[in-house]
Design a protein around this ligand. Structure first.
Ligand SMILES: CC(=O)SCCNC(=O)CCNC(=O)[C@H](O)C(C)(C)COP(=O)(O)OP(=O)(O)OC[C@H]1O[C@@H](n2cnc3c(N)ncnc32)[C@H](O)[C@@H]1OP(=O)(O)O
Ligand SMILES: O=CC(=O)O
Ligand SMILES: [Mg+2]
Length: 724
């Protein structure tokens, strides 16, 4: 095969083979021949199993479709439950057990804090994310709407600055109260007898309680930084009387750094558009750079050349008399793709593509072997673990398959058993309903469960597609199935003692610009029992970090563990039995969905951007990724199926919204408008296809269409380049 080299019985793209041989393998202790043989064996054994499990998904969906056609509307619970048991959708109960994962880093076991997610194909963002372990509270407050609407413009506004400082000092008073007086009235901080001492305006001295003072930098009588600790999370008061802000502060405080993203998921899945070898290698190379510690990104920002690299660790003198070192970087977890897609990078002799999930796990864990062998400039996992997040698994058999894959990889790389930890995204209905069984399959390697409610909503719609029209998208968050799913996830996590070994994670804040709202609402995820929750940006991480100071997540979990089992309402399908929507409401729903779909898809297909901010109908910028696309496309397809909208009307809405999206992108020189010639716009046709063919997409996923259309666009671009 042209462009491929044979490795055992398989054929590998030359670029991947070279990348593995020249850039990855040296230093891992794994020989090329052993790798090729190992991959071959894994593929031979697991590829048929994956196919079988994908076939099982289809079979179940057909049975569900048939059942819903015969029982239209909201299902009667007892009959429905029986049916689901009969077809094996609901799995048999399993005995109680506890999670036994060992060698998990303290960022996961001891700390409770924000989890940042970042697209792995963007080196500039990825380095930023790794460094988001620490973030400026002053910047986070000044640059967002938490205190007052965002101001555009470059000049520093001292009035806004004052508000920021007052808020931050109030945070200090609430979280790190002085024995008497307020941080607002401090004129000098110093360290005396290993105690943080503050001099107040009137001249009297006060102290911070001992347990909260973790260290300092600089001289004891003129410290530059004071390290404070609460609920296992740190904050650093930075003092510099020569700094433009420090100069204006009576205590010389220039900023308060907050420990922010304790963990970061570097994402090779739903936030990236990676459809071929070129794209995948970019993703893998960035992961290698992160693990080796030498990833850099150079770019121009505000007229200045910036070269970004990974942050160093932070060192402090500790009250114990010893030095204290804290990581300067977030603990990195990598999200692989799920079981569905295959990749051109590796093929069988018959020309059949190999599962992309297998290749992802083999390559990303091989790269992480450098961390286990301490080859990098920094050490990501101090416990020698590799953290892989596995998305979109349906039920316990698929989790068992992932476990088998990781076992085989460990054997291949001669790693101790359970070195590769697995994070299970609870984002498909069959996993939520059988979560205990799923956790059991990876009970000694699981390090988190996470309520990926976005994918989960897409799957909720697709599973019961033929039952009737779904409620409006915005109503989903309040619906009983979703609330029950959140509660049940926590319950199962706590009762398998997962929280003692890992994270019970909560979902994404998908409105990156709405930080005031986030500050008002996102602490709810901790009150609900989460010890981590997803944020879309470093700024959001720094702000959400404050919630972990306000609430003791571990304590909340201990209390929740004593509660009785929640009622399971996950089978309450969100069908609107007697739709009474006005024409305007229907139009609004369709336009909102169409705008989101088109705004996201056009950048995906034509620019290879897998996660972007797209304004909704109310001009609020929403984070759109493949999971939000799954919801919108399935929702429109479902309304089409049930006659809430006719095909011609739907097409008209799509065209109207394409015009709007074109206008919204006018300032982007790389953008090609979809209108007026929507027929020849590959992006527009992709968006339309996602809706018109939505009913038949596997589990309602958008990957197959997106990948095909992106490849089509890339090919057209290449042909165009050749012609020009
Ligand atoms: C359902 C799911 O699967 S959710 C998981 C998938 N979602 C994600 O991964 C969301 C990740 N977030 C993002 O990709 C981005 O924040 C977006 C696309 C939502 C917004 O991106 P932009 O429009 O470029 O953001 P904006 O212009 O406000 O900010 C850009 C700055 O913030 C930084 N930034 C934004 N998001 C991130 C992030 N997730 N990690 C690190 N840095 C980030 C950028 O580095 C940039 O700073 P720089 O100029 O110093 O490099
Ligand atoms: O992956 C996260 C989700 O919400 O889906
Ligand atoms: Mg998801």
């Amino acid at each position: 095969m042209e462009g491929f080299t044979s490795i055992s019985s398989l054929f590998m793209k030359n670029e991947l083979k070279q990348f593995l041989e020249k850039e990855v393998l040296p230093g891992t202790g794994v020989e090329p021949a052993a790798l090729w043989e190992g991959i071959d064996e894994i593929v031979r054994e697991l590829q048929p199993e994956i196919k079988q499990l994908l076939h099982k998904r289809e079979e179940l969906q057909q049975q569900l479709d048939q059942w819903h056609s015969e029982h239209p509307g909201v299902p009667s619970l007892s009959t429905y439950r029986e049916f689901l048991k009969e077809i094996g959708y609901l799995e048999p109960e399993v005995e109680d057990f506890t999670v036994g994962t060992e060698k998990v880093d303290t960022e996961i076991t001891a700390q409770a804090g924000p989890q940042l997610v970042v697209p792995l194909n963007n080196a500039r963002y990825v380095i930023n994310a790794a460094n988001a372990r620490w973030g400026s509270l002053y910047d986070a407050l000044y640059g967002t709407d938490v205190l007052s609407p965002v101001e555009k413009g470059s000049a520093y506004n001292p009035e806004r600055g004052e508000k920021v400082i007052a808020y931050a000092k109030q945070f200090l008073d609430e979280t790190f109260p002085l024995e008497s007086g307020s941080h607002q009235d401090v004129t000098e901080y110093l360290v005396r007898n290993n105690t943080l001492t503050a001099v107040l305006v009137q001249g009297e001295e006060t102290v911070l309680q001992k347990e909260q003072f973790a260290g300092w930098q600089g001289e004891e009588n003129a410290p530059k930084a004071l390290l404070l600790k609460n609920n296992e999370m740190h904050a650093e008061v930075q003092i510099d009387r020569g700094h433009p802000i420090g100069k204006t502060d009576q205590a010389g405080v220039k900023d308060i750094l907050v420990e922010s993203a304790t963990t970061t998921i570097v994402d090779a899945e739903d936030s990236v558009a990676a459809v071929d070898t070129e794209d995948k290698l970019e993703v893998y190379r960035n992961w290698l750079g992160l693990i080796k510690g030498d990833l850099t990104a150079s770019f121009n920002k505000g007229g200045k050349e910036v070269r970004r690299s990974l942050a160093e660790d932070r060192e402090y003198a500790a009250p114990s008399g010893e030095m204290l070192t804290l990581s300067g970087r977030s603990l990195l977890l990598i999200r692989n793709v799920g079981h569905l897609m295959t990749t051109e990078m590796l093929q069988t002799a018959a020309g059949e593509e190999v599962s992309e999930g297998i290749v992802d796990s083999v390559v990303t864990s091989l790269i992480a072997v450098h961390d286990v062998r301490k080859n990098g400039r920094y050490q990501n996992s101090k416990t020698g673990s590799i953290y892989i997040v596995k998305p979109k698994m349906h039920g316990s058999q698929e989790v068992a398959l992932t476990n088998k894959l990781m076992q085989k990889i460990e054997t291949l790389y001669q790693l101790p058993a359970n070195t590769i930890k697995v994070g299970v995204m609870d984002e498909e209905r069959r996993t939520s309903l059988n979560l205990k069984q799923c956790i059991k399959e990876v009970k000694d390697r699981i390090f988190f469960i996470n309520t990926g409610f976005l994918d989960r909503t897409g799957d909720e719609i697709h599973t019961s597609f033929l039952g009737g029209p779904m409620i409006r998208k915005n109503e989903m968050k309040e619906s009983s199935w979703l609330q029950s799913y959140e509660v049940s996830n926590v319950w199962t996590g706590l009762n398998t003692r997962l929280h003692e070994k890992g994270q019970i994670g909560k979902g994404m804040w998908p409105m990156p610009e709405e930080m005031k709202q986030m500050m008002e609402q996102k602490s709810g995820q901790i009150s609900a029992g989460g010890n981590t929750a997803w944020v879309p940006s470093p700024t959001a991480a720094s702000l959400h970090a404050l919630h972990y100071h306000q609430l003791d997540a571990r304590d909340i979990q201990r209390v929740k563990l004593t509660e009785t089992a929640p009622e399971n309402k996950m089978l309450e399908v969100p069908i609107e039995e007697t739709p009474k929507w006005s024409k305007e409401e229907i139009q609004q729903e369709l336009e909102n969905n169409a705008q989101g779909i088109l705004g996201y898809v056009v950048r995906w297909v034509e620019q290879g951007i897998g996660c972007s901010k797209v304004p909704n109908i109310d001009d609020i910028e929403l984070m759109e990724d493949r999971a939000t696309l799954r919801i919108s496309s399935q929702h429109m397809a479902n309304w089409l199926q049930h006659g809430i909208v006719k095909e011609a009307e739907l097409k008209a809405v799509m065209k109207k919204m394409a015009k709007l999206v074109d206008q919204q992108n006018e300032g982007d020189p790389a953008y090609t408008p979809m209108t007026p010639d929507t027929e020849s716009s590959i992006a527009f046709q992709a968006a339309l296809e996602l809706v018109l063919a939505g009913k038949n997409q596997p589990s309602g996923y958008t990957e197959p269409i997106l990948h095909r259309r992106r490849k089509e666009f890339k090919a057209a671009q290449r042909t165009g380049e050749m012609v020009n």
